[in-house]
Design a protein around this ligand. Sequence first.
Ligand SMILES: Nc1ncnc2c1ncn2[C@@H]1O[C@H](COP(=O)(O)OP(=O)(O)OP(=O)(O)O)[C@@H](O)[C@H]1O
Length: 688
Amino acid sequence: MSTTSSSTLFGLLDGWVASGALRSLDRAFARFLLQHDAQAGEPALLAAVFASHQLGRGHACLDLRAALHDPAGTLAFGQDDADSADEAADTSPAAALAGIDLARWIAAIDAARFVDGDGPGGQAPLVRSGERLYLRRYWQYEQSVRQAIDSRVATPSAAARSQAHAGFVQALEALFPREPGAPANWQKMACALVARQGFGIVTGGPGTGKTTTVVRLLALLQYLALSGDGQRLRIRLAAPTGKAAARLGESISGAVSRLALQDLPGAAGVREAIPTAVTTVHRLLGSKPDSRQFRHDAQNPLPLDVLVLDEASMLDLEMFAAVLAALPAHAQLLLLGDKDQLASVEAGSVLGDLCQRADAGHYLPATAAWLADITGEQVDPALIDPHGHALDQAVAKLRVSYRFHENSGIGRLADAANRGDVSAVRQALSHGYADLAFQADTGDAALRRLVTHGAAQAFRGTDDTNHPAGYSHYLALVRDGRPPADAPRDDFDRWAAEVLRRYGEFQLLCAVRAGPLGVEAVNERIARLLRAGGWLDTAAGDWYSGRPVMVTRNDHALGLMNGDVGITLALPLQAPDGALVWVPRVAFAAPGSPGGIRWVMPSRLTEVETVFAMTVHKSQGSEFTHAALLLPAQPSRVLTRELVYTGVTRAKRWFTLVASPQMLEAAVLQRIERASGLAAEQSGASMD
Ligand SMILES: Nc1ncnc2c1ncn2[C@@H]1O[C@H](COP(=O)(O)OP(=O)(O)OP(=O)(O)O)[C@@H](O)[C@H]1O
């Protein structure tokens, strides 16, 4: 291929753009690079285009070896491309890469003026590091993340430096009282592990006690600070989205109020010194409109001593690099999250990469001895590894779910999907668990039953007072619960808050955007079905009462964040002629004020989507009493284990799967593997 001219290459790129495989941005990038180096060979240009394409798909870099080995799979250029029967017309990436081996490709890439090696001082737009090709910015993010983590992991925290101070041991003992005969208390060990250095991660599935553990950890740190120099730590809590922040705020408040401090002598003031307000990462850093820069950065660090970031699986590489840059050197950073969930839509899978080895622990014998000393708990020998990495020592995985007990179908299905165990998935679905329902029928009648009343009859053991809801639960309140026109504004706020709460009791989740069972078509279909059932008056125009909308872009002027959900309701308004009119307003939960409502005029909401159905990606960070997951009828690369696991674990109490068994099984066998240097490093060098 190296002999072909650039016009042939651009012919190829035009075809890929026309077929939707490539973004026009990727093609424009190739033109820009050619201006940079008119002599560049086609293999190098192709590699650069693929690196840009991969970035758009969430990969921090292009894995050159993988792209050569399995071009169609690695680049996701459509399933037919690799099997093109007509060799002469074969325009697949496989054909474009035919006849080149890794060594020749790397040599061609290095020869291009737009690529630098990974040494210091380079300026070129792309960087090659081993078998990975990066756009420079993302290589820099990875470098800065790696350096910051390495240095924080190697820095003992103030709490660990004072460990001789018997208070550390005593406080742990008081916060995690020993129960005779109980298995090893991993929450206690997690608390000690992450308290030890400037960086730590607590990962675990839903309900494994991440919030509970972090609240006790904050009590421990605050107790040590107050009983040390008497200075209260400045603690901040943040999450990637407004929704996740609101949810953490609620569960932190609950955990702080439940915190048992009676066994901690001199703990006065500790509870009050644990914050319950949670902000978004954007607000924490102080985003500037239309800029990638933040108010807080290395020159203007965040004024805090401890930062807790929840739902860290949603953190992308750029955002994480910004957080680390803005963190003062002495501060402690704690990440909480479920490493097995879908990664961020943007490039990078930070939590997954950093927790790649968490299942097997890899604790050094010295770490296990330290834990035994500090906590009195023994690490399972299977988790000990004399070759463990420094980072492994700062990662704790919680393994017992307190939400999903032994007989929970949701817990069983989530676990089976997460392990890719098809027969366990089948067993979970056919077992008859009271919290699981399964329907393959996606016809109008079946879908209407589900979205209107939650298809409660499909669940075993439900009755009139204990059953899963559908959307009629909140729509009945929209229709029948509206206060009279002369009621005080507070009544309307209370009505809206209850409507929003009820809306959270059910959510239909879609795996894909396009196609007949994609989120766009399904949203329209559900609106039609609900209207036919008399639940909606869509004749009232776009802003009919009961329409739920999700914000799709941060709007700093309105104070609304990507992912915030509001519901359209009617409010009374006095027209200039004195007549009373009902006007549509969208009710959003006001951040930081439980039960508070912010009313927004529809005309101000330019970037919103109806959310009778929501993609699994957008549902991350939210939980619903009853969640239903709809898979498409056709196989797709986006149907993965991570997607199914994330979808199932959005359900708190009831879960309905709407899919053919074959589609579910195919999905749990497919994994997302994002190319990244952080991931590659975790599988690389050890500490010794
Ligand atoms: N050691 C424990 N013993 C008994 N109950 C516990 C324990 N730890 C946590 N729980 C309970 O389990 C539930 C879930 O705990 P928590 O909210 O801390 O988990 P989480 O991992 O943060 O959950 P999520 O996945 O929702 O973020 C809570 O009701 C909590 O009180």
